[in-house]
Design a protein around this ligand. Structure first.
Ligand SMILES: *[C@@H]1O[C@H](CO)[C@@H](O)[C@H](O)[C@H]1NC(C)=O
Ligand SMILES: *[C@@H]1O[C@H](CO)[C@@H](O)[C@H](O)[C@H]1NC(C)=O
Ligand SMILES: *[C@@H]1O[C@H](CO)[C@@H](O)[C@H](O)[C@H]1NC(C)=O
Ligand SMILES: *[C@@H]1O[C@H](CO)[C@@H](O)[C@H](O)[C@H]1NC(C)=O
Ligand SMILES: *[C@@H]1O[C@H](CO)[C@@H](O)[C@H](O)[C@H]1NC(C)=O
Ligand SMILES: *[C@@H]1O[C@H](CO)[C@@H](O)[C@H](O)[C@H]1NC(C)=O
Ligand SMILES: *[C@@H]1O[C@H](CO)[C@@H](O)[C@H](O)[C@H]1NC(C)=O
Ligand SMILES: *[C@@H]1O[C@H](CO)[C@@H](O)[C@H](O)[C@H]1NC(C)=O
Ligand SMILES: *[C@@H]1O[C@H](CO)[C@@H](O)[C@H](O)[C@H]1NC(C)=O
Length: 762
């Protein structure tokens, strides 16, 4: 990043000074309060200071994108004494320590936001803590993409599980680190998969681990807290009377933006901060489903035909193995050398054209790492374009029997070179999109070209540089609005660069920690952080055949029916495709997909309007109920239901063996999507049938899209398969390439480990 951009990022708020002052400092000489729009934000007394500084050292222990982080704090001091000065639109509070001061300069801006600059005059510290006033009943939302908690102060863990069980065995801490990393495998310390992942490599994750943290939150006290920088930080929402924000390193500015309601608060991300906003998604995405397939040209075409023969509208084939494969003792892996491999995909260049003419796009896969056996790595390293280690050699990361260099995205020449590779190897080949994977692994002992920021900040910023590289390749090719790339890693300003997010790697199950339910919170929490266009792997990803973690037909179909009510439908075979039921596994499943994709297509105009609203105002496509019903005590905590746009309420089926489901309807007049004679006023629960293919969905009676919804209600269900109730897990004669996908290489070790354990235990 160059100096210019630092200035842009630090310019916290748009606009200039205000016509009337929004903030007040009430000082009595011994203590003070700071209010913003009459909301008490800071409260300081000698005995309970709002600000602390400390010394210490933070250790980051990394194993393949999983981090154990220990703050070894040896001193923490409250800054109790202060002086206060008032200017016209600005107030300055100097917190005193010996002869030095830490100044809070608080300014009201015309856009009705309050900016707080922190100016350090001589105090040495490694860490800074400050407290924001809280109320016991307050809810907070956001912090980027979360998977376990929507209300970040929620203490009970999941519905359907005994909360007492969790309160004895689980700490009541709600501390969310701002650190991009693998989101974890299992993410629930009670679960067997998490146990193995932790045991093996600390890869199990927890309620707070995420690919996409962002230091912004929205409070039910009607303000937006916006910190626009990349420090390692922790937000502690465990306390009744305050939130404590912990920041490592030099502090940047923050903003408090008060607004009257949740919708206006969310709009502020786009209207009042420089975070940026998303671009419209290509319209072709609404024509059908992207099938994740692999195995070479013939298999790709065979899968397409199989799907089309059963009436599935396929608009894209996503071939992650387009660059070839590499054999390892764990199985086949992708060859991380991001260009077309004609041996694995003969004639792909021509096929891309032929398929495009039939309305089927081809999409690929890349990440910011290069296998040292490939020619791209050789070019990059010979020009000094890869991240270095402390002895000045290329920093090589072991991804499981192969080593990779990391393209140094802080080096403008390397950035441009890699952007050029994306243009020539992908865009010029005619591909219409790709998964831009990873972005979380930059080690903290790496040495990068641009040393303006600490390596820890560069680590957190890396996803944005990665997004920017992809975005510029698309824009400079003149293909914005035609090409889609999707990312899992993120940080503040991701919304300005990525074209789409996805929820990363879920387990192929219904678990709350890491299964289908967690994708709902991923979308809604990200939406309340200013990034409103996302989707997820239909059917999940993380498979552990040897542990019995395999995708069932039921999970696949429940995911697909939920994906109808998201901006994009895309499948993934998973990391062990042979253990998983696939969209193409049998005719029954294909007919289900055909019907669901048909409904998704019928929703096309509605989806377009939902996306337009997101792009214009920053209001997300998938919205938690609290966004529209903030005064409804049930809605504010409803984390597994969401609004898709303002007219559809979705209560996805997120458990196995469900035949009917209880749904909460907030205020309004609602019509049941699958039986329009079921109409009711809201503010109550209702139980509705929920067979596979008809997840509980209601629409607002007054919706201008009623005719579309009514037409959807007429689409009959797919009859159950003739012989068995449960579709078989394997299609007769289906062969699978068995390529392990690239993401989360820790899984490979785990697989081997558990297979060994399994073998030894028999
Ligand atoms: C700050 O607010 C608290 C709570 O409303 C109040 O008790 C206290 O007196 C206020 N302090 C000052 C200096 O106004
Ligand atoms: C605050 O100021 C008082 C009076 O000047 C002084 O006695 C006290 O030590 C100071 N406290 C701290 C924590 O600096
Ligand atoms: C405050 O406002 C007064 C009157 O508008 C003006 O004369 C003065 O220069 C301002 N002071 C500062 C510090 O902006
Ligand atoms: C957002 O992206 C655009 C280019 O797409 C760029 O011009 C602008 O500076 C970016 N804004 C920020 C705050 O990064
Ligand atoms: C990987 O191994 C398979 C046999 O298991 C072989 O057919 C294939 O050619 C090998 N691929 C590469 C890239 O070495
Ligand atoms: C730096 O990387 C080289 C390989 O590129 C390796 O041989 C060397 O041991 C590494 N040094 C350190 C300090 O990690
Ligand atoms: C979508 O809108 C266009 C015009 O805006 C209309 O022609 C078309 O019929 C609509 N499609 C559906 C499925 O409602
Ligand atoms: C669902 O039903 C099947 C078959 O009856 C049973 O084996 C399984 O345990 C049930 N799953 C749950 C989560 O209840
Ligand atoms: C549709 O809903 C109406 C009214 O709730 C109910 O009487 C009817 O049985 C439902 N039809 C079906 C097919 O479930």
């Amino acid at each position: 990043m160059n100096g210019m951009e630092v200035v842009v990022y630090l310019m916290l708020l748009t606009g200039c000074l205000a016509a009337s002052k929004l903030h007040q400092v009430i000082d009595n000489g011994h203590s003070f309060n700071v209010t913003v729009n009459d909301i008490l934000i800071f409260q300081h007394t000698y005995d309970n200071p709002m600000l602390y500084v400390g010394m210490g050292r933070t250790n980051f222990l990394e194993f393949r994108g999983n981090f154990r982080i220990d703050n070894d704090i040896n001193r923490r001091v409250g800054l109790r004494n202060y002086t206060y000065q008032n200017f016209n639109w600005t107030d300055e509070i100097d917190f005193l320590m010996d002869d030095h001061q830490l100044r809070f300069r608080i300014t009201t801006y015309t856009d009705k936001s309050v900016g707080i600059e922190i100016i350090n005059n001589g105090i040495e510290y490694d860490y800074l803590w400050f407290r924001v006033v809280a109320e016991a009943s307050e809810q907070v939302y956001g912090l980027g993409e979360q998977f376990s908690h929507l209300n970040l102060r929620e203490f009970s863990y999941t519905p359907g599980k005994d909360p007492e069980l969790f309160s004895v065995s689980r700490s009541r801490d709600r501390i969310y680190p701002i650190w991009t990393r693998e989101q974890g495998v299992g993410r629930d310390k009670h679960d067997q998969v998490t146990f193995f992942a932790d045991k093996m490599s600390g890869a199990g994750g927890d309620y707070h681990t995420t690919y996409f943290p962002q230091a912004t939150f929205i409070s039910s006290r009607k303000y937006l807290f916006h910190y626009d920088w990349y420090n390692y930080a922790e937000f502690d929402f465990s306390h009744n009377q305050y939130h404590e924000v912990f920041i490592k390193g030099e502090f940047s500015n923050l903003a408090i933006i008060p607004r009257d309601n949740m919708v206006d608060l969310v709009k502020s991300f786009v209207a009042d901060t420089p975070l940026g906003k998303m671009a419209p998604l290509p319209s072709w995405l609404r024509d059908g489903i992207i099938l994740g397939v692999q195995g070479g040209t013939d298999i790709m075409l065979k899968r397409l035909k199989t799907a089309q023969d059963q009436g599935v509208a396929v608009n894209g084939l996503w071939i992650q193995d387009w660059a070839g494969i590499k054999n390892t003792t764990f199985g086949q892996r992708l060859f991380w050398n991001w260009k077309w491999n004609p041996k694995r995909y003969p004639g792909l260049d021509q096929k891309i054209k032929d398929l495009k003419a039939q309305g089927v796009k081809v999409l690929a896969y890349i990440n910011p790492n290069l296998n040292i056996e490939g020619d791209l790595y050789k070019t990059a390293s010979s020009q000094g374009f890869v991240v270095k280690n402390r002895t000045g050699n290329p920093y090589l990361l072991d991804f499981g029997e192969f080593l990779c260099g990391i393209v140094d995205l802080t080096n403008p020449a390397a950035f441009n070179w890699y952007k050029g590779q994306i243009k020539t190897n992908i865009i010029d080949l005619g591909l219409s999109g790709w998964m831009a994977d990873f972005g979380e692994y930059l080690p903290v002992d790496a040495v990068v070209f641009d040393k303006t920021l600490s390596i820890e900040m560069v680590h957190n910023q890396w996803p944005v540089l990665w997004a920017k590289c992809n975005r510029q390749a698309v824009e400079e090719s003149g293909k914005l609005g035609e090409i889609v790339f999707w990312m899992r890693a993120g940080a503040a300003h991701t919304s300005n660069y990525t074209t789409l997010m996805w929820a990363g790697d879920q387990n192929v199950d219904f678990s709350y920690g890491d299964g289908l339910p967690s994708t709902i919170i991923a979308a809604t929490s990200m939406g309340l952080s200013g990034t409103g266009l996302t989707h997820f792997d239909i059917g999940g990803y993380t498979t552990f055949g040897s542990l019995g973690l395999r995708r069932t037909a039921e999970l696949l179909l429940r995911s697909a029916e939920m994906a109808v009510f998201t901006p994009v439908m895309r499948t993934h075979e998973g990391n062990q495709p042979d253990f998983n039921v696939q969209a193409y596994s049998n005719q029954y499943i294909l007919l289900q997909f055909a019907r669901l994709v048909q409904i998704y297509r019928m929703l096309g105009n509605y989806t377009t309007s939902v996306i337009q609203t997101c792009v214009r105002d920053g209001i997300p496509a998938q919205r938690p109920l609290v966004l529209h019903y903030q005064n409804d005590p049930v809605a504010v905590n409803a984390k597994y239901q969401y609004m898709y746009g303002s007219d559809l309420l979705i209560a996805p089926v997120i458990q196995a063996n469900v035949t009917s489901q209880k749904v909460y309807l907030p205020q309004g007049e609602w019509v049941f999507l699958w039986n329009t004679s079921t109409q009711t006023a809201g503010n109550k629960y209702i139980t509705v049938p929920a067979p596979i293919g008809q997840p509980p969905v209601f629409y607002q009676k007054t919706s201008p899209y009623s005719a579309t919804f009514n037409a959807i209600s007429k689409i009959p269900l797919v009859p159950p398969p003739p012989t068995t109730n449960q579709p078989s897990t394997k299609a007769p004669g289906s062969s699978n390439s068995g390529v392990l996908t690239a993401t989360n290489s820790v899984l490979l070790l785990l697989t081997l480990y558990t297979q060994l354990m399994y073998n030894f235990s028999i």
